[in-house]
Design a protein around this ligand. Structure first.
Ligand code: PHE
Length: 403
């Protein structure tokens, strides 16, 4: 049985024995939560970008990092694995761990998949934001699609060593670097020197973002960095991994035509940081289209402190109301009236349209009222009754003319 090819962004990918993406996952491609205005992930992205732009500037005060948030999540296996020296038997290559479109293409499992290409373009300082896909467990901190930020910073070896090492030390490192024979002692030292530069960057990010979270650095292993570290933050008595980072393996830079440079890379999980930052209890909420969730992040200031308040899980009922307004009228009067008639089952009222008639010059307002009970599912009939009472009260008390 030959199933239909998979079409993504206008490109057809034939299925083969690697194909393991489900329709459910395919439907999530292109949702781009990190592009949605007022979405917590977008706020966090803006917050990080603003921060990096302000902290990393050249001598003329211009930002040195470029930001890439629109790269295709469909990547080749080379991009996701080979370019990053991921060994052939590494668990992340298993069909049970990654989402394959077919034997050549997959959904990126991390934003590191773009490192090689961007370095090859000649970029030294860049951030990548994107959706990443992993087959994983299901709980409040795991979801098959999440978002990452990749940060990469390269600099010329001589520039780096000049800045951080004495001349003698430099040549020791240089030669062991070239022969790849860093002894344990040298590695230890090297790690500390390089950590001061690379990790202090992340630390600065986190000092601002994590303000007073409890965190710890641990040593870890990634095929593409050495040494490598993980940053964990305390979350409900567990340590939650939010960032992996390390010094980029020299072979990766060589393969990308930047062997004369050294640098660090870091991958940050946006959902987990956002959960901590905004008190969001469940990772599924990021996919919610419920205005009870989204309205809480409606701000033009990405640095604003927001603490998410759980909302009822019973379904919403949405009814609009339109009326011609009298000369003396204020929307706040209407909001008070709705609250007093509807009580706590009113979740939200928004002015969605203002219209002035070209001839009569009368103005009409249209409001969207979102009803939701905290303890039960409202029937449409119950909602209609209250909605009618709101109409009547508005007519009587505010002297509006219902349309
Ligand atoms: N790509 C790694 C991950 O997704 C994170 C990482 C990025 C680690 C860059 C080191 C350097 O887990």
């Amino acid at each position: 049985l030959c199933e239909k090819a998979i079409t993504l962004n206008g490109t057809e990918y034939p299925r083969d024995c690697y194909t393991n993406v489900s329709d459910r996952i395919l439907n999530l491609i292109g949702k781009n939560l990190h592009h949605k205005q007022y979405h917590p992930l977008c706020l966090l992205k803006q917050r990080i970008v603003n921060f990096i732009y302000s902290k990393f500037v050249n001598s003329r005060g211009n930002p040195i990092f470029s930001v890439h948030d629109n790269l295709n999540p469909v990547v080749t296996l080379e991009q996701n694995f080979d370019n990053l020296l991921v060994p052939h038997d590494h668990p992340s290559r298993r069909l049970s761990d990654s989402y394959y479109i077919n034997s050549k293409f997959m959904l990126r499992a991390h934003t590191s998949a773009h490192q090689h290409d961007l370095i090859k373009c000649g970029l030294d300082n860049f951030l990548v934001f994107g959706d990443v896909y992993r087959r994983d467990e299901i709980d409040s901190t795991h979801y098959p699609v999440f978002h990452q930020m990749e940060g990469v910073r390269l600099c010329g070896v001589s520039e780096f060593t000049q800045k951080y090492l004495t001349v003698e030390r430099c040549s020791t490192y240089w030669s062991s670097f070239e022969t790849k024979s860093l002894t344990d002692d040298l590695q230890f030292e090297w790690k500390h020197i390089i950590t001061d530069e690379s990790i202090s960057v992340d630390r600065r990010i986190f000092l601002v973002l994590l303000s007073d979270f409890e965190y710890q650095w641990t040593d870890t292993y990634f095929p593409f960095t050495h040494p490598s570290w993980e940053l964990e933050i305390k979350h409900k008595n567990d340590w939650l991994e939010v960032l992996g980072c390390g010094i980029i393996e020299q072979r990766i830079l060589e393969k990308a035509g930047a062997g004369h440079k050294i640098g660090w890379a870091a991958g940050l999980g946006l959902e987990r940081l956002a959960m901590k930052l905004y008190d969001i209890p469940d990772i599924r909420l990021f996919w919610s289209t419920d205005s009870g969730f989204l309205v809480q992040f409606h701000t033009d200031n990405p640095d604003r402190q927001i603490s998410f308040k759980p909302f009822s899980h019973y379904p919403q009922c949405i009814n609009d109301i339109s009326f011609w307004i009298p000369e003396e009228y204020s929307s706040n009067d209407f909001y008070d009236l709705v609250r007093s008639v509807g009580g706590d089952i009113i979740e939200q009222v928004t002015l969605v349209d203002v219209f002035t008639h070209p001839r009569t010059k009368r103005t009409s307002h249209c409001y969207r009222i979102v009803y939701r009970h905290m303890e039960k599912t409202l029937t449409q009939q119950e909602v209609n009754e209250i909605h009618t009472r709101i109409e009547e009260a508005s007519r009587k008390k505010l002297h509006v003319e219902i349309r």
